[in-house]
Design a protein around this ligand. Structure first.
Ligand SMILES: [Zn+2]
Length: 234
């Protein structure tokens, strides 16, 4: 007999969906906590069960965040795939899918987490083509070595180019402050998303204070320092 999946089934299945747990830990946690709250509201679980479910989600999320802290291939990132042997861009990685039409042996691969939380390049979801370490990957089949170079990120479903020019960064930051001062939270969040993915961040030593910045050795008086590629756990 056909058994329609319930919210309880959906909650339980998601506990073993490691691509989602390690791939988008924040989203997974939010979804699971919402499902648990809905089950409690509908009377499908009691208070004790609800608290157990919540604790389980929180501890699994904490473990996943720790495990993927060194990951740099973000599900929302847009990367150029660079061949280490000649520096050529051979394809792009978007939503962890590799598109390389000129290089069929690389085309349609997908970066996914295994059950241990290690990010691997997979072919047709079955063939393991090797582990991804930070932003580097060596093809276990073809032997080639590749780097993933962050050039943008997906925001509201669209590819937004990464800010690489310091003056561009300062301008967008000023716009974010103006939006916040004007009470336009949606626009401020949009602009802050771009700043989060930018190649620059405010210098943590002088914090751009006018009386410190000129003599600051950490940023050479720029007020900004190069920002690392964001990790997926944010
Ligand atoms: Zn500084």
């Amino acid at each position: 007999m056909f058994h329609a999946p319930t919210d309880r089934d959906s909650f339980r299945f998601a506990l073993s969906y490691h691509q989602q747990i390690y791939g988008m830990p924040g989203t997974w946690r939010t979804d699971q906590l919402r499902k648990a709250a809905e089950l409690l509201k509908a009377g499908a679980v009691d208070e004790v069960e609800f608290l157990e479910m919540r604790d389980l989600v929180i501890s699994m999320h904490a473990h996943a965040i720790e495990r993927v802290a060194s990951d740099r291939v973000h599900a929302l990132g847009f990367y150029h795939v660079i061949d280490e042997s000649n520096g050529a861009v051979v394809g792009v990685l978007e939503r962890r899918h590799l598109a390389a039409r000129q290089h069929p042996h690389l085309d349609a691969l997908r970066a996914d987490h295994d059950a241990d939380g290690q990010l691997r390049m997979m072919e047709a979801r079955i063939v393991d083509r090797g582990a991804i370490d930070g932003l580097t990957w060596t093809d276990a089949k073809g032997g080639g070595a590749y780097r993933f170079h962050l050039v943008g990120h997906l925001q509201n479903g669209r590819i937004t180019p990464r800010i690489i020019d310091p003056d561009h960064y300062r301008l967008v930051r000023d716009l974010a402050r103006e939006a916040l001062a004007a009470g336009d939270q949606a626009r401020a969040d949009q602009l802050k998303g771009r700043l989060h993915w930018a190649a620059w961040a405010r210098c943590p030593v002088c914090r751009e204070r006018f009386d410190l910045v000129d003599d600051c050795e950490a940023c050479a008086g720029q007020g900004l320092v190069p920002a690392p590629v964001p990790s997926p756990g944010w």
